[in-house]
Write a protein that binds this ligand. Structure first.
Ligand SMILES: [Zn+2]
Length: 349
């Protein structure tokens, strides 16, 4: 117990010493070096600026930073402290990695120094109380498929809003809706930000957009970086979020009949689509999607797998438009096999 207490005191003291060294270093840099180039900027820090200031720690392949901009000042301070200690003859650190994961900041530094490890731990703890988007005081926010440390303003803004349960209007209820098969690609499961969205109607009309903003390559999981980003079509499909939103609302409205979305991951696809539509939710769109749940029909599993595989003969998966088309193919197969009375009930779920 005493050892633990002494250890804690030692580290607390060591961190204070490092702090003094950093302050001294900053003051001398301010006097002798161009502050523009070397000093920590006030307010927002651009990632490129931080990486070019500490290339040996943060640039590939010796290191990497993958977190929200709100945490960049913490990373900057950590790098300043390590640099100061290296100037005081501490052996150079090895690989450096700062990564946002499951709502927290994980800092891994290859170093034999206990002080460096303690500095990293201290940075991680500070991050748990700071909005990773803007640097304001924050706390852990949880949602469906979502964990992130955010300030109240960003928690409200960035969390995809669930569809409000709206009673179906008489117009919508009057006739069978046309189905729209939906698929989306998004940054990662912890903090899904929409990258691309596709809708394919039963009669073959298509909406497809890739978003130019609202997400960043740094926020993508390894899987998405390897399998989704290389497949993006680009060109005219690459659109500002506000433009894609307007086009989506117009496209759905232009179908001029009641429509209902089918998707296989409503917790993501539907939530992200509703989030994109925001205040422009079309009147002819059903307020809840149909969950295509192939696992419910083990008897159809092989056939559905085959339909999926055939759909991917031409293109690999993980492109929203191809996935939406594959979903439509699989749905057709399912429709052929289900009893009409069962299908009717399925469509009412
Ligand atoms: Zn914030």
């Amino acid at each position: 117990m005493i050892v633990v207490i002494l250890r804690e005191r030692y580290f607390a003291f060591a961190l204070k010493v490092v702090d003094v060294i950093v302050r001294f270093k900053r003051a001398t840099e301010k006097m002798f070096l161009s502050w523009e180039k070397w000093g920590k900027p006030e307010g927002d820090i651009a990632l490129e600026k931080m990486v070019s200031r500490f290339p040996r720690y943060l640039d590939h392949p010796s290191g990497s930073v993958r977190c929200g901009a709100g945490w960049y000042p913490l990373v900057w301070d950590l790098c300043t402290a390590i640099e100061a200690m290296e100037h005081l003859a501490m052996p150079r650190i090895g690989h450096f990695k700062a990564e946002e994961r499951l709502g927290g900041l994980f800092v891994r530094i290859e170093s034999g120094s206990h002080i460096v490890k303690e500095l990293a731990r201290d940075t991680e703890h500070k991050a748990a109380a700071i909005c990773s988007e803007c640097g304001a005081p924050g706390s852990l926010q949880l949602g469906h498929g979502f964990a992130k440390t955010l300030c109240p303003a960003h928690a409200k803004k960035r969390k995809p809003q669930k569809a409000k349960p709206v009673p179906i209007s008489a117009e919508l209820a009057a006739r069978e809706p046309m189905l729209l098969f939906l698929d989306t690609e998004f940054t990662d499961f912890d903090y899904p930000q929409l990258i691309s969205l596709a809708l394919v109607s039963e009669s073959g009309e298509i909406y497809y957009a890739e978003l130019a903003n609202g997400w960043s390559p740094e926020g993508c999981s390894q899987f998405v970086t390897a399998n989704v980003l290389p497949q993006l079509t680009g060109g005219d499909f690459f659109q500002e979020r506000s433009y894609a939103k307007r086009r989506l609302a117009e496209w759905v409205s232009s179908l001029a009949v009641p429509v209902r979305v089918v998707c296989d991951a409503p917790g993501f696809d539907w939530v992200l689509m509703v989030d994109l539509l925001g205040d422009t939710f079309p009147k002819n769109l059903y307020p809840a999607p149909i969950h295509y749940y192939s696992e419910s029909f083990p008897g159809l599993f092989e056939l559905l797998q085959k339909a999926h595989a055939e759909a991917y003969n031409e293109f690999p998966p993980h492109h929203a438009l191809h996935d939406a088309e594959a979903l439509r193919e699989a749905w057709e197969v399912m429709k052929e096999h289900l009893h009409p009375a069962i299908l009717k009930q399925y469509l009412k779920l």
